[in-house]
Design a protein around this ligand. Structure first.
Ligand SMILES: Nc1ncnc2c1ncn2[C@@H]1O[C@H](COP(=O)(O)OP(=O)(O)OP(=O)(O)O)[C@@H](O)[C@H]1O
Ligand SMILES: [Mg+2]
Length: 387
């Protein structure tokens, strides 16, 4: 997808920009800060060391799990890794397990993954599939048939995992499994995947990624889990001030604008949260004319716009939390101690607060150091509540 399509709806000035696209130099008017959904490989900025490390790990067949909170750029980084590997002649099978619900659902994800491969791996997978009486891409329809005509999902899962392993070992291949914790939605599937793949980890590169930090880490560090001690864990961090400075400076310079102090303002506000940093850089960029510089006033106007456009969604999110969870978030966003006087203020008990805190850490909504991961959520809470 073109970056202009991704970010064009995020501000009121998009029509102004797109109307100029037809007449002026297009590059000047397409936002250099796309921020909706994962980026395509060519849109990924910075992260050079992490990308090089992941490429090397995949190439050296060191099984690796990439961990990080939501919207930190895991999928984007892996897309770049995928494109570098593909350029070097390695095939990539990309499996997305987001919210996998059942064995049949998992079979369809595997089928989709193989069906979406390109080049020689696709030819090999098709040939292996037909030797197993499978047509790639058929399971979505097969599982929609009346119950008496539907395939047995367990048998189909064994078949698809065998097919995956055969295809991947037929050619230099890296398997990327995004949203790996989704496999926990299907009883016994992680153990089965491990059984099928464990004798091939020297032949096939394996990269896992996931967004629920605690659940994802537990999959590789908890003795009772099938993938215990099966992967090195690599954590994706937020953008450092230097990374962000480079990204903002390049985006503005390439579109004939001057970022002024924007990078440090964005970093101060977001602490390097990649998605929020791009969203705020984009909003400020849209308010900066070609040939001009972003000023403190431009930043203030952009922040006000973003606060306004994200407020309703953040309010809905906040209202969906239990009262203990809301109390933890209010205390943390307000820089208060979680216990002591806060308990009386929020009318809660220490047991309830501890449990809510732990759940928020598990979900990645707050960090272990007790900061709100999404700076705009923290900001919304601070703006909304006096205490
Ligand atoms: N390397 C990068 N360069 C520029 N922007 C980035 C980069 N990484 C992340 N972003 C910003 O963060 C957004 C989210 O990225 P992405 O979807 O890859 O994150 P994720 O960690 O996979 O998220 P999720 O947890 O929702 O799956 C992107 O749309 C982009 O705005
Ligand atoms: Mg992702």
């Amino acid at each position: 997808m073109h970056p202009g399509n991704q970010s064009g709806t995020s501000s009121g000035s998009s029509s102004r920009n797109s109307s100029r696209n037809s007449s002026g130099n297009r590059e000047l008017f397409v936002s250099p800060f796309p921020h909706q959904g994962p980026l395509s490989a060519d849109q990924v900025r910075g992260r050079e060391a992490l990308i090089a490390d992941l490429v090397e790990r995949a190439t050296m067949r060191r099984v690796t799990a990439l961990l990080g909170p939501r919207r930190f750029g895991k999928t984007s980084v892996l897309r770049k890794v995928e494109s570098i590997l593909a350029e070097a002649g390695t095939s990539v099978i990309w499996i997305d397990l987001y919210e996998t619900r059942s064995t049949a659902d998992l079979v369809v994800r595997l089928d989709d993954a193989l069906n979406n491969t390109r080049g020689s791996i696709r030819e090999k997978a098709t040939a292996i599939a037909s030797s197993m009486s499978v047509n790639l891409g058929m399971f979505k329809l097969e599982f929609a048939r009346p119950a008496s005509k539907r395939p047995n999902a367990e048998a189909a899962l064994h078949l698809m995992l065998d097919l995956l392993v055969k295809a991947a070992t037929s050619h230099p291949t890296v398997i990327i499994i995004d949203e790996f914790t989704g496999i926990n939605g299907v009883n016994g599937a992680a153990a089965l995947l491990r059984t099928k793949i464990q004798h091939h980890v020297q032949e096939v590169g394996l990269l896992f990624a996931g967004s629920e930090p605690t659940a994802m880490a537990a999959m590789f560090t908890d003795v009772s889990q099938p993938f215990y001690a099966q992967a090195d864990i690599v954590e994706i961090e937020g953008f450092s001030p230097a990374d962000l400075n480079e990204i903002v400076a390049e985006g503005f310079a390439n579109t004939d604008r001057d970022p002024g102090e924007l990078a440090s303002l964005v970093h101060q506000f977001t602490e390097g949260h990649p998605y929020r940093a791009m969203q705020l850089a984009d909003a400020t960029w849209r308010l900066t004319e070609p040939g001009e510089a972003a000023t403190a006033a431009t930043w203030a106007a952009a922040l006000a716009q973003v606060r306004q456009s994200t407020g309703p969604g953040l309010e809905t999110l906040f209202s969906s939390f239990s009262s203990n969870t809301q109390a933890v978030l209010r205390a943390i966003a307000g820089g208060r101690n979680l216990f002591g006087a806060s308990l009386e203020l929020f009318g809660t008990s220490s047991g309830g607060i501890s449990a809510a805190r732990d759940r928020l850490i598990d979900a990645g909504t707050i960090s272990k150091e007790l900061t709100v991961t999404d700076p705009l959520l923290g900001d919304w809470i601070k703006q909304r509540f006096a205490l």
